[in-house]
Ligand binder design. Structure first.
Ligand code: MSP
Length: 645
């Protein structure tokens, strides 16, 4: 069994947010699930670095496109491990090997007669980086970007997409699983019921230079989608790499609805023209909103994964997103919703089940798994519910229905919590003659927990690894293998030594963070100068309020008309701007790459009109008789965003 799972390659004109995180969590969860069922998996993500948008973003920051792309691409790459996501390959469209392959493919398609030169005028949306049809506009605007398209007339190269329309319709009709959920398959078929236009696949260099040059005409660069989609092949070292032969036949792409058309229409027709079999499946999900509002930079409600991890923990974030969104439909993020799920599903349900069971095993059987005696109907009921869950879970996970898989898992958790109440192990422990029954009950609970640990592995790998450790199991034994076999009831060996672990999911008090600062404010702890608060001494709690971080300086420039200020772009690990009064002591060039200490939870302030979010720490020192500021740095390499304890 093999699987090749991809995410879209993300544009480097924006930093990673909840939407990118979700798709990548889904692809990671599915990859882990397939590994758990014994498949050999290749999981790929990456960044899309050519095109108008990137060129524009780089110009805004006054840096070369490649330098800009390097920076943001690294931000994406560094975000994934924070989410316990470890792709097998991270591809960049600026990789020389990708560029060479795109050119070779273009030449092949050109030679086959599927590319021609023509005059074209149309309505171009810079946000979508494509020409829109009149029909697609809503009130004259691009529905995705709410901007009017530009009327552009120019000569360009075109791909004969229309030639493959009938073949594509046939393929979609013959393969009901090619595009899922069904609503998106229907959307594509409905789009294909109208004649398909050919696809403009070039941009004149006079308008855009940041792209891959057409091998047959140096005056043009490749249209960003023609370049980007090919990443799915170049990541496998197409055409000669062994990975291509192994993994391409089992390719599954995960995307959101915004890029359905390029993936469901452009890409399969491109593959047909190249003479390559089509990918196996396209899994399309809906959009995350925040507090029921579209996430957008201008509204200022963009949610960053690094912040969420810090506030709620990575397991909670992964669980919440997978449980809350029905794959295919939109969902809304809110702090109330994630706190509610954390407290009820995680702390109360699974957290309690685990800690109660482990505490009883410690207390009544000396921290070892007991041998079970004869089985009673309540034991068989829990066993049966667990076995049925495994079937439901497997079927739901195979179909990307993560919320359904989790519902099935939570049925078992609730059944197990009831099982404890019904069987009252604490009462059994009081009577010597109930020892055998007590052992059966505790064995049944441990076995149920072992299977729960396995099925939770793909969703919450960190928590599952902790649970496995507590149960005395090797992490790999629950994260990899053959779920069908190792999920069989009764495999936990009696006498396994359990290990103590800290609480899995501590409850989160509502608005925990806010309450701390509000109560501190009410008691005057924050606002009063230290001398009044207690002879210049501060308490540990007061110190805790300051969020000190290691920040990496990734860009620096002098603030115009200021002698003292430098505008820094730092990573903590998300990017933000800090304006620092260090221009007299440092040049912008020498700052780049430094790891400095910053106060990360300062109220934003404007300095010379520039919003500053944080403060860089520096020592005030007398150097050669003059007072100067010397930046506090850290000795040794640590990841940007590390907390300073
Ligand atoms: N570069 C192209 C993709 C090329 S793939 C050959 C691109 N990049 S993107 O950065 O805009 O990423 C789009 C993808 O990010 C969506 O398809 C989805 O996976 C994810 N999301 C971005 N915003 C999202 C939400 N608000 N909600 C859910 N996912 C979203 O398009």
């Amino acid at each position: 069994m093999k699987a090749y799972i991809t995410t879209p390659i993300y544009y480097v004109n924006a930093q990673p947010h909840l939407g990118h995180a979700y798709t990548t969590i889904v692809a990671d969860t599915y990859s882990r699930f397939r590994r758990l069922t014994g498949a050999r998996v290749r999981f790929q993500t990456g960044t899309d670095e050519h095109g108008d948008k990137i060129a524009e973003a780089a110009t805004k920051e006054d840096v070369a496109p490649k330098d800009y792309a390097d920076r943001i691409s690294r931000l994406f790459r560094d975000t994934w491990p924070l989410l316990e996501i470890h792709p097998d390959n991270f591809i960049r469209t600026t990789d020389p090997q990708h560029i060479a392959t795109v050119q070779a493919i273009l030449q092949k398609v050109y030679d086959s007669g599927d590319i021609y030169f023509d005059e074209y005028s149309g309505l171009y949306c810079r946000g979508c980086e494509r020409f829109l049809t009149e029909k697609e506009l809503v009130d004259g605007l691009c529905p995705d970007h709410q901007t009017p398209p530009q009327e552009i007339a120019e000569q360009n190269y075109f791909f004969r997409m229309s030639r493959y329309q009938q073949r594509l319709i046939g393929h979609i009709q013959d393969n009901p699983d090619f595009i899922t959920p069904e609503r998106y398959r229907n959307e594509v078929l409905s789009f294909l019921s109208e004649p398909l236009e050919d696809l403009c696949i070039s941009r004149p260099k006079s308008r855009l230079t940041w792209g891959i040059e057409l091998p047959f005409d140096a005056n043009f660069v490749t249209y960003v989608w023609f370049d980007a989609l090919i990443n799915y092949l170049t990541g496998l070292n197409y055409p000669d790499g062994p990975d291509f032969k192994t993994f391409w036949p089992v390719a599954e792409h995960v995307i959101a609805k915004d890029i359905l058309k390029p993936h469901a229409i452009y890409w399969p027709t491109m593959l047909m023209s190249m003479g390559i079999p089509l990918y196996k499946k396209l899994h399309v999900h809906g959009y995350w909103n925040v507090d029921d509002t579209k996430m957008s930079k201008s509204i200022g409600n963009v949610v960053r994964p690094a912040q969420l991890i810090e506030e709620y923990g990575v397991d909670t974030l992964r669980y919440f997103t997978l449980r809350e969104m029905s794959f295919g439909l939109d969902a809304s993020f809110s702090s109330e919703a994630i706190v509610a799920r954390k407290n009820s599903d995680l702390a109360n349900d699974i957290g309690n089940l685990y800690s109660r069971s482990m505490a009883m095993l410690q207390k009544y059987t000396g921290g070892r798994v007991p041998a079970p005696g004869p089985i009673s109907p309540t034991d068989s009921l829990l066993q049966k519910t667990t076995e049925q869950m495994l079937e439901l879970y497997t079927e739901a996970m195979e179909h990307f229905q993560f919320h359904r898989a989790l519902q099935a898992v939570w049925e078992v958790i609730s059944c197990a919590n009831k099982y404890i109440v019904t069987n009252e192990p604490w009462a059994l422990a009081k009577e010597a003659e109930s020892a055998e029954r007590l052992h059966t009950v505790l064995y049944t609970l441990s076995e149920c927990l072992r299977i729960l640990t396995m099925v939770l592995g793909p969703i919450m790998p960190g928590a599952a690894a902790k649970m496995a450790f507590g149960l005395g199991l090797e992490a790999d034994s629950v994260l990899l293998g053959n779920l069908q076999q190792s999920g069989r009831w009764g495999l936990l060996p009696p006498d396994t030594a359990l290990r103590p672990i800290e609480s899995l999911f501590p409850r989160m008090e509502k608005d925990q963070v806010k309450e701390i600062s509000q109560s501190a404010k009410a008691s005057g702890k924050i606002d009063k100068p230290p001398a009044e608060a207690g002879q210049g001494l501060i308490t540990f709690d007061q110190l805790q309020m300051v969020d000190l971080r290691v920040a990496e300086i990734v860009a620096a420039e002098r603030v115009k008309k200021s002698e003292k200020l430098i505008k820094l772009t730092v990573r903590v690990p998300e990017e933000r701007t800090i304006v620092a009064g260090i221009a007299e002591f440092y040049s912008p060039e020498e700052l780049i790459g430094l790891l400095v200490l910053v106060v990360a939870n300062m109220k934003p302030a404007k300095l010379m009109g520039i919003p500053s979010q944080g403060m860089v720490l520096a020592a005030k020192a007398l150097v050669e008789g003059k007072e100067r500021l010397v930046l506090s740095t850290v000795s040794g390499m640590v990841p940007a965003g590390s907390k300073v304890a």
